[in-house]
Ligand binder design. Structure first.
Ligand code: HEM
Length: 375
């Protein structure tokens, strides 16, 4: 297909906005709405054109058209999308780093609304970080499918994957921001939400750059790509090796459980991992080593609790990190040295958030460092 033909089909609205509506029965009264409904107005088209710089969008188009190894409808669809983005961006708005910083700042403001609303421990940071991770962690390095590029959790089948239970809260928050900054793609927005969450909760700076495009329902990945907290170290390796991570990186990533909590009405598990669930620190690793962990006696799924206060929890997958020798040496290293964990966490999270995004799509060859709200 010629570039002109691609542009024409793009203008004709070949990319109707997806509507991810989740049946009422799956909605939870504890939060506003379970699924994110894609905007139906003019901005829904803008949504499709995402926040790519013109050069990057054109590069992405060339990448898809000339280097695609097969001629599947899916790839053609993506090529069309990149073409559409190039056209739209050329005609309208090319966001700069400052524009993305404005989005970051808005997310940072909204994180704190949780406190007024009595949500969890007073920050939306943990649930936004989980959204960013779940949108990226579907990546499969063998097939190149999944990852943060297409933001496929907007579509009902993926929104309903068991591992994504409860993430409607985060998608709804992000939808509010999307209304204010309609030019940004969902993948960029959600991963930027993860960056803001980490940085605003006192964690390290996460190098990040935009360039993700919104995909289609056909891009939804099969259920089962995210880890199951009830399992052990073999499972962790199967899941994370598939994304291209090694043992050290699995441990570094798991340290994210320094923040947030499990919710009975989402995963079935219950409770926070640490005493400061809205501050990023290496407390998770210290607790894993220093506390005595015992199996909780209750009617829920198998999980551990700390023997001292019975108020903290560990999933079987968390506990596997101190039962497996190769994992444990990294737990020990990170428990001893928070700076080392921050350094490794920043680099592995940055990579996680870029999984599945073809390099030519990025607007910058080097990831950016965005400022925190108190800088
Ligand atoms: C190692 C395998 C992992 C497993 C089995 C796992 C499992 C879970 C489960 C069961 C929950 C509770 C969900 C709920 O009930 O609300 C959770 C929450 C969370 N996870 Fe993980 N996770 C893993 C890795 C990660 C990674 C790599 C990150 C980020 C880099 C992450 C970030 C979070 C955060 C921030 C929360 C708290 C969410 C909230 O408070 O709403 N997890 N995880």
């Amino acid at each position: 297909m010629s570039l002109a033909a691609i542009r024409v089909s793009a203008r004709r609205g070949a990319f109707a906005a997806p509507v991810a509506r989740v049946p009422r029965t799956f909605r939870n009264s504890a939060f506003r709405r379970y699924s994110t409904e894609a905007p139906k107005t003019k901005s829904s088209n803008t949504a499709l054109f995402a926040g790519l710089g013109l050069a990057a969008a054109a590069g992405g188009l060339a990448f898809y058209i000339y280097s695609s190894s097969s001629d599947t409808a899916k790839q053609a669809g993506t090529a069309l999308k990149s073409g559409a983005q190039a056209v739209k961006v050329a005609a309208n708005f090319v966001p700069t780093k400052e524009d993305y910083q404005k989005v970051y700042n808005r997310i940072a403001e909204i994180l704190e609304d949780a406190s007024d609303k009595g949500y969890d421990d007073g920050s939306y940071g943990p649930v936004l970080l989980r959204l960013a991770w779940h949108c990226s962690g579907t990546y499969d390095k063998e097939t190149g499918t999944g990852g943060s590029n297409k933001a496929t959790m907007r579509f009902t089948p993926e929104a309903l994957h068991g591992g994504n239970a409860g993430l409607g809260v985060a998608r709804d928050i992000m939808e509010g921001i999307k209304k204010e900054f309609s030019w940004i793609s969902y993948g960029d927005l959600w991963t930027l939400g993860g960056v803001a969450a980490v940085q605003e909760m006192g964690g390290p700076k996460i190098p990040w750059r935009p360039g993700r495009i919104d995909g289609f329902e056909v891009d939804v990945t099969p259920d089962g790509r995210l880890p199951d907290g009830a399992l052990g170290s073999d499972h962790l390796r199967n899941i994370f090796y598939r994304m291209g991570f090694n043992d050290q990186e699995i441990v570094a990533l798991s340290g994210a459980h320094a923040v947030g909590r499990c919710h009975r009405d989402r995963s079935g598990f219950d409770g926070p991992w640490t005493f400061s669930p809205i501050t990023l620190s290496n407390e998770y690793f210290r607790l894993l080593l220093e506390e005595k962990w015992i199996w909780r006696k209750w009617d829920g799924p198998k999980q551990l609790e700390d023997k001292t206060t019975h108020s903290l929890m560990m999933l079987p997958t968390d506990y596997a990190l101190v039962q497996d020798k190769s994992f444990k040496k990294w737990v020990q290293a990170y428990a001893k040295d928070q700076d080392l964990w921050f350094k490794d966490f920043a680099s592995v999270v940055s990579r996680l958030f870029e999984l599945g995004v073809p390099t030519p799509q990025f607007v910058s060859s080097d990831p950016w460092i965005l400022q925190t709200s108190n800088e």
